[in-house]
Design a protein around this ligand. Structure first.
Ligand code: SAM
Length: 213
């Protein structure tokens, strides 16, 4: 039954515009059920966000696929993820690049995600606790940066940590009107493309929203 649900979800993603076969293969390979609480297992293969504790969510599979696809990964990149949450998005990225650096502000989620990634046999991800709106400068630059929480505007620190030709995918805006953006660094120029509307939890931090907003 689980396998049938997984196949249905993949077909749905493909129909919805996910055409990069490597992304679909990664989504087929990583068991989303490993990254949700046991009582939510029956919903693990539905195309919806689910609660993960600390008032946060594991993103909708379509968003995970869309954002991953927009990074255009070829296998050799170092990727920074902001907002580890359950660890699922990091697990998908880990199939498609050489190393994933992931930052989560909630210690409890970061610890749980690290365990789950270990259990899933994924070794090319490091998770740290911190304010990801400032990136992870010690390991910069990155060929790809993916932010899974919505910022008020594009954090300068993240753009600065992109390597030349690097791609940053992030949601920007108020809860009721967020836009998914692709930022490409081309020499001194930065190009910005809208990938459409989206709904994410807020990015809380120095270059994000304040906690008591
Ligand atoms: N990528 C996650 C997954 O696959 O489960 C989805 C995460 S959830 C939509 C967004 C996450 O961003 C939450 O876990 C939240 O705690 C985290 N977050 C919000 N602001 C942050 C910040 N400044 N630094 C790091 N993490 C942050």
């Amino acid at each position: 039954m689980t396998e049938k649900r997984r196949q249905q979800l993949l077909a749905q993603l493909h129909q919805a515009g996910i055409t990069d076969q490597r992304v679909l293969d990664a989504m087929a390979h990583v068991d989303r059920g490993l990254f949700v609480e046991a009582q939510l297992l029956p919903h693990a293969y539905r195309d919806m966000a689910l609660p993960i504790g600390c008032g946060q969510t594991i993103s909708q599979p379509f968003m995970v696929a869309l954002m991953t696809q927009a990074l255009h990964l070829t296998g050799n990149e170092r990727v920074l993820e902001i907002g580890t949450g359950s660890g699922y998005q990091a697990a998908i990225l880990a199939q498609l690049c050489s190393y994933v650096y992931s930052v989560e502000r909630h210690q409890q989620l970061a610890q749980q995600a690290s365990w789950r990634l270990m259990e899933a046999g994924i070794r090319n991800v490091s998770v740290i606790v911190g304010d990801g709106s400032l990136g992870w400068p010690e390991a910069a630059p990155y060929e790809g940066i993916l932010v899974t929480a919505a910022a008020p505007e594009v954090p300068i620190s993240l753009v600065e940590q992109l390597s030349p030709g690097g791609r940053l995918v992030l949601p920007v805006g108020l809860p009721e009107e967020q836009d998914l953006l692709l930022i490409e660094r081309r020499g001194a120029k930065v190009e910005r493309t809208s990938l459409g509307a989206c709904v994410f939890v807020p990015l809380i931090g120095r270059e994000g929203w304040s906690e008591d907003r």
